[in-house]
Ligand binder design. Structure first.
Ligand code: ACO
Length: 161
């Protein structure tokens, strides 16, 4: 008889600051398949630092490290009041490659939905590249495919009301 599956706690959403660039960079380096899938190399530390600068200058953008039991296992980046004032759009939910498929993405998405419900009425997820896994993931969480903005951009959405 196997051991019972450990129940994962919902990840904590840690604030992203300029000081967390190297942590984000380490996470990116642990996710080579995703960057390959979207046709780019893993961003280097300078790219991450620039991205965090851009994030800090946009009052509508939010990003969090996802921490479980003291370990950073993911990252989420979204924009408030986009595309409509009472909506928000997730541009990236990333779970460390070695920890994918264990329910963490689902817990993180549910956590974000709980955080945003009452603040926005619609949550969008934009999927880049030929990312069938991500499309299946959002659909399994109740997001509806709205449209494709070209061959490599899929918009999904869910009502939080
Ligand atoms: N096809 C269909 N459904 C799938 C697939 C798939 N290939 N993979 C997962 N799912 C479904 C499962 O059915 C699962 O439901 P269940 O719990 O009822 O079995 C559900 O998704 C949740 O699966 P998790 O284990 O929580 O998924 P995971 O932790 O791997 O997170 C994620 C999913 C975020 C896509 C992760 O694999 C990842 O980081 N991938 C690389 C980066 C990426 O592609 N991110 C999404 C980009 S799009 C965007 O962020 C808006």
């Amino acid at each position: 008889m196997g051991l019972p599956m450990k129940t994962l706690p919902r990840p904590a959403f840690l604030e992203v600051t300029a000081g967390t660039a190297s942590t984000i960079h380490e996470l990116y380096k642990d996710c080579p398949s995703y960057f390959q899938l979207i046709g780019m190399g893993v961003p280097d530390l300078l790219d991450v630092e620039r991205e965090l600068e851009a994030l800090g200058m946009d009052p509508y953008r939010r990003a969090h490290l996802l921490e479980v039991e003291g370990e950073v296992l993911g990252y989420v980046d979204y924009k408030m009041a986009y595309p409509e004032t009472d909506s928000a759009t997730i541009s990236l939910l990333l779970i460390k490659e070695s920890r994918q498929g264990q329910g963490l993405g689902k817990l993180a998405a549910r956590g974000l939905e709980a955080e945003l419900s009452g603040k926005v009425s619609q949550l969008y997820a934009v999927v880049y590249g030929n990312n069938q896994k991500a499309r299946g993931f959002w659909q399994s969480l109740g997001y509806t495919h709205l449209r494709d903005g070209g061959p490599s951009l899929g918009w999904y959405s869910k009502s939080l009301v």
